[in-house]
Design a protein around this ligand. Structure first.
Ligand code: MSP
Length: 499
């Protein structure tokens, strides 16, 4: 089995912020979870370096687009490392390996008869690098995403015959209802298709910053086709000396709603035109909002992931984002919200549970997990959880899966309160019961922590080590018999320094 997961590739027109980190963490959780299933995984992220969004920013800063990319791409790479993204490759669309493959595929689409030369006039947003249809124009001809005025543009360029794919796309959406999730995003994409598709620009005549059109080198390929193709080109050269396209294609895409149309409409049509298999699925998430607005550089309301990580740690950030905001919906985040979840859920509920269980095994059983069986009720709660989490993560339901895991955390805390091991320990005749209770807690904590591993790799590694669990594989869920010696553990989520 193999699994291929991608993030959008980010424009190098500003510093990375938490909104970018969010998509990367989401994809990373899926990548790690599938590795835990024993699958071969390829996880791709990277930077989008061509086109107007980057060229305009470079001009504003008085540098070349290449200089801007060379300065900012490493910042995105560092961000990925800091949030513990386990990506197998980091693509830059300025890579020679990418550019030559983009040309090959665009040429193929041309050879297949899906391209013609024409003139286009319309309202254009340079930050989206997109002409807007009537229904996408905000009040006073503004871009509803970036809240800037649209410009009237007229261009002679090469067109992709998107309109030819209307029926094929409608059929795709009918036959594969899971192609785009959540459902309300699928419906949004489908109604865009049903409004009637217009052909789209495939090239830019005036811009020099991009991949040259192979049959007309005065023009460059429109940044969106260049960018979308990253998902395909990366498999051809991302691993040195190997082409892993056969093994990993088709992908599972993670992206936000701002770029739904490009992924859910243009991309499948373009792949059909190039005779390449369509993506397996795509999950469209919402926006992280700060004070009611999308976090974005142009609005200036961004949270710097470095600062958040310095204060809470990467694991807490990874947890918070998917706990606070339901994955798929928009949601508010705030420093105060972070603090409160950190203290109540991570420190008090999970961290405390871990320390209590280990210290009770230490105190009452010399640090050795008793050989026993989990008591009935608890056993049934723990046993069904891995399967439920797995099924939810098949659909990239990251928040619902995390809630399933958190039910276990709450259940185990409740079990400690109900069984009161400290009282059992004082009663000789309750020794067997105490064995069963401590065994059940150790097992429950082990299973919970293995499930949490994809979300919080660092802290769970420490806890699993203390629980003497060497494996991270989900196939190893089958219960451990007991008899292993547990270790000591410094608090997983220490109290925050209030400075
Ligand atoms: N370069 C294009 C994508 C090309 S993909 C073939 C682009 N880049 S971007 O830098 O603007 O990144 C957009 C993506 O960043 C969003 O789709 C989303 O994944 C992520 N996010 C940026 N800000 C975000 C929030 N405030 N909240 C959630 N995700 C956000 O579009």
């Amino acid at each position: 089995m193999s699994f291929y997961v991608t993030t959008p590739i980010y424009y190098v027109n500003g510093e990375p912020h938490l909104g970018h980190a969010y998509s990367t963490i989401a994809a990373d959780i899926l990548a790690r979870h599938h590795r835990q299933r024993g699958e071969d995984v390829f996880f791709l992220t990277g930077t989008d370096e061509h086109g107007e969004p980057v060229a305009q920013q470079a001009e504003a800063e008085g540098v070349t687009p290449r200089e801007l990319g060379d300065r900012l791409a490493p910042r995105f790479k560092e961000m990925a490392a800091k949030i513990n993204a386990s990506n197998d490759f980091f693509i830059r669309t300025t890579d020679e390996g990418h550019m030559s493959r983009v040309q090959e595929i665009v040429q193929r689409v041309y050879d297949n008869g899906h391209v013609y030369e024409g003139n286009y006039e319309g309202w254009y947003c340079p930050r989206c690098a997109d002409f807007k249809t009537e229904s996408e124009i905000g009040p006073d001809n503004t871009c509803p995403i970036h809240q800037i005025p649209l410009t009237r543009e007229s261009q002679k360029n090469w067109f992709f015959k998107l309109s030819e794919f209307q029926q094929d796309l409608e059929r795709l959406y009918e036959e594969r209802p899971e192609f785009v999730t959540p459902d309300f995003r699928r419906n949004e994409a489908l109604s865009f298709i049903k409004q009637g598709l217009q052909d789209v620009s495939l090239s830019r005549p005036t811009l020099k910053w991009g991949v040259p059109v192979p049959w007309d080198t005065d023009q460059v390929i429109y940044v969106w086709f260049d960018a979308l193709l990253n998902y395909y080109t990366a498999l051809g050269y991302g691993i040195e000396g190997e082409d892993v396209t056969e093994q990993f294609w088709p992908p599972f895409h993670i992206l936000a709603k701002d770029i739904l149309k490009f992924h859910a409409v243009y991309w499948p049509a373009f792949l059909m035109a190039a005779e390449i298999e369509l993506p397996e699925r795509m999950f469209i998430h919402g926006f992280l909002l700060m004070e009611g607005h999308k976090m974005s550089k142009s609005l200036g309301n961004v949270l710097d992931p470095d600062e958040v990580i310095a204060k809470f740690g990467a694991d807490a950030l990874r947890f918070y984002c998917f706990r606070e905001v339901s994955f798929g919906q928009d949601g508010q985040i705030s420093p105060a919200g972070f603090e409160s979840r950190y203290e109540t859920e991570l420190a008090d509920q999970y961290g405390n549970l871990a320390n209590r269980v280990l210290s009770m095994i230490g105190r009452y059983r010399d640090g050795v997990v008793p050989e026993a069986e989990t008591e009935g009720d608890l056993a049934s709660d723990v046993e069904g959880a891995p399967e439920r989490v797995r099924a939810l993560l098949d659909d990239a339901e990251l928040t619902q899966a995390l809630e399933e895991i958190w039910k276990l955390v709450r259940r185990l805390n409740q079990y400690v309160e109900e069984t009161k091991p400290w009282e059992l320990s004082k009663d000789e005749s309750a020794a067997d019961r105490l064995d069963a209770v401590l065994y059940g807690l150790a097992e429950g904590l082990r299973v919970t922590t293995l499930l949490l591993h994809a979300y919080m790799p660092e802290t769970t590694d420490r806890l699993l080590e203390a629980l003497a669990e060497p494996s991270r594989e989900l196939a190893d869920f089958g219960s451990r018999p007991g008899g292993q010696t547990v270790g000591e553990l410094a608090p997983l989520f220490p109290k925050l320094q209030t400075a």
